[in-house]
Write a protein that binds this ligand. Sequence first.
Ligand code: ATP
Length: 200
Amino acid sequence: MSLVIGVTGGIGSGKTAVTDYFATLGIAIVDADQAARVVVEPGQPALEKIAHRYKGILQEEDGSLNRRKLRDIIFASDSERVWLEQLLHPLIREQIMTELKASVSPYSILVSPLMIETDQHLLADRVLVVDVPVELQIARTISRDNMTEEQTRSILARQATREERREKADDIVDNSQSLEQLYPQLDKLHQHYLKLAKQR
Ligand code: ATP
């Protein structure tokens, strides 16, 4: 398997802006959120287990998971959240590993909003944190998602803090300025990662 760079950052920090740019440089992007959706697609064993535990959790039209309902259940109950995490986390990890192993780019990127919270940084050789001040994170999220400040802050409260992420970082990219100021930092990191990948 090639070198794996874990990219993380809080909500609205610019993970997508960063990984979109690395993709233009030909780097394979594996998305933990997407892996989390794959493991509960219709036909997957995990979906059957969830449907067995929570009656009425599947959408009638197509048998897919009613995510909103599931989210409400785990918000309301810590023990249900733990049950679900114990079921899904190993499967998500397996799905991520499968995708990383299939990657043929010089190095690969694993992007995850909850990398540190879910120990997914252990799947990466290095961690790159997309860093912005909290107030900017909130402002960009509000204008992107049409969310209220209160909603945004409640999501933020469930994520690692800026300091916790920075502590786990091998590299930090500052996304507090324009994209024009972001990209040269990524070009530099790209060269560094190419070098590291060659040394392996
Ligand atoms: P989430 O975890 O919520 O999916 P994210 O970390 O992927 O967020 P992005 O979607 O990349 O964050 O960025 C959040 C918003 O801020 C987007 O609307 C994006 O276009 C904008 N944005 C990102 N970087 C910059 C920047 N340097 N300057 C201005 N706007 C930016």
